[in-house]
Design a protein around this ligand. Structure first.
Ligand code: UDP
Ligand code: MG
Length: 319
């Protein structure tokens, strides 16, 4: 069992992995306590696994995990978290966009009693204005829609205490939006600010399609607001339809029926349309609840316990 494990998801990172590990190892060398590095090869098609094996041969701290195919970063992180046994885990990108030099600072906060220490970036070098704009818009929408706010300008670079990792392990949902899940588990969370650099080697695996999918996943797995929207649209359309139907009836009674059949037709269409939208909204509400249940997330995590009076320790003990 080690004190600290650094978890590195890597997908086609063969070019940069040597440099990355050199910088990470230099940081770990300066830190007290035992440390391990766990590389998760997310089904790379280049020499990433060979590079990891070579690092393992040269450095006893290196361990590796290789996934059977490319599952995506969220799954790679989950695989890593399921396979660590450490008091603290740091998740970091392999492309040196997250500087390993920040790790001692994260560990320091953890020693001060925090469970989740996320690194928030101050600048975003090497990213287009459009990417910056879209990511800002995403965080804003998330904040409005969801009751699990995702901290802004925060990637997956963070430290998790043992109990935070154990909590995360219990979240077995298949649609994994890790940034949301990290926040969702709760416990004591804090931020450390750092400067984000542009990619060191290789190229980003993200494109707008992948980012869009991630954003959709973030919104739909942490909020049923879109379903609720359907209910509201349904209810207001139904109300308007009923009112308009009434108006048509009143008009016929007052002024007769110049176009034969029109009033009945109109009333029937409006009534059925409104009723259908309403029913759809109601179904949506139930689908939303069903959806939340099917994720089978645990209902709570216990943070602290008060020791029984028979216990001779004073106060309460942290687990
Ligand atoms: N990554 C992964 N699986 C994937 C895509 C990416 O494990 O399918 C890893 C990648 O090797 C890197 C990290 O996730 O360590 C971040 O990826 P990238 O730098 O491409 O994303 P960006 O920094 O542009 O958001
Ligand atoms: Mg990157």
């Amino acid at each position: 069992m080690t004190e600290l494990t650094v978890l590195v998801p890597a997908y086609n990172e063969a070019d940069g992995l040597g440099d990355f590990h050199a910088r990470l190892a230099a940081v770990l060398d300066t830190m007290p306590g035992t440390a391990q590095v766990l590389y998760v090869d997310d089904g790379s098609s280049d020499g990433t696994w060979a590079a990891i094996s070579a690092l393992g041969a040269a450095d006893a701290r290196v361990t590796g995990l290789r996934l059977s195919r490319n599952f995506g970063k969220e799954a790679a992180m989950t695989a890593g978290l399921d396979n660590v046994d450490a008091d603290a885990v740091v998740v970091i990108d392999a492309d040196l966009q997250d500087p390993p030099e920040v790790i001692p600072e994260l560990v320091e906060r953890w020693r001060a009693g925090y469970d989740v220490v996320y690194a928030t970036r101050r600048v975003r070098e090497g990213e287009s204005g459009l990417k910056r704009l879209t990511s800002k818009a995403f965080y804003r929408v998330m904040e409005k829609l969801s009751d699990t706010p995702v901290p802004r300008d925060t990637g997956d670079f963070r430290l998790l205490s043992r109990r935070a990792v154990e909590a995360l392990r219990q979240l077995r949902e298949r649609q994994r939006f890790m940034k949301g899940l990290f926040t969702w588990v709760g416990y004591r969370q804090t931020a450390v600010v750092y400067d984000r650099h542009s990619r060191h080697a290789g190229k980003t695996h993200w494109n707008y399609w992948r980012l869009w999918n991630l954003a959709m996943e973030g919104i739909t797995s942490f909020s049923t607001a879109p379903l609720r929207l359907a209910t509201w649209v349904g209810v207001s359309a139904a109300c308007l339809a009923f009112l308009y139907g009434l108006w048509v009836i009143v008009k016929v009674l007052a002024f007769g029926d110049p176009v034969r059949g029109y009033p009945t037709l109109m009333v029937v269409i409006l009534f059925l349309g409104g009723a259908q939208l309403l029913a759809l909204g109601v179904i949506g509400e139930y689908v939303g609840r069903n959806y939340a249940e099917s994720k089978a997330r645990p209902i709570y995590f216990i943070e602290d316990r008060l020791a029984s009076r028979g216990d001779n320790r004073t106060g309460h003990a942290r687990e």
